[in-house]
Design a protein around this ligand. Structure first.
Ligand code: SF4
Length: 76
């Protein structure tokens, strides 16, 4: 089990962040600053861009500190 992992969810996806392996290269903050924000808590605004844009940016994280998964849809 990972320690210090963080999770941020919207209705479609959940982004996880592991500060222990982040290299702070700031790729995410420079390229999608509406979501990955410097000096704001919480630093990920999961509603700052579309899920597709967030997934695209998460896939560019060089260390794997950012990951995502699709949320399960609830059956009515
Ligand atoms: S892109 Fe990944 S490694 Fe770089 S600052 Fe963002 S979370 Fe950290």
């Amino acid at each position: 089990m990972k320690i210090n992992a963080r999770e941020f969810s919207n209705s479609e996806i959940t982004v996880t962040y592991d500060p222990c392996i982040c290299k702070h290269a700031d790729n995410c903050a420079k390229q999608l600053s509406n979501v990955f924000r410097d000096s704001v808590i919480p630093w990920i605004d999961i509603n700052g861009a579309s899920s597709a844009q967030i997934i695209k940016q998460v896939n560019k994280c060089p260390t794997g500190a950012l990951k995502y998964y699709l949320n399960k849809k609830e059956v009515a």
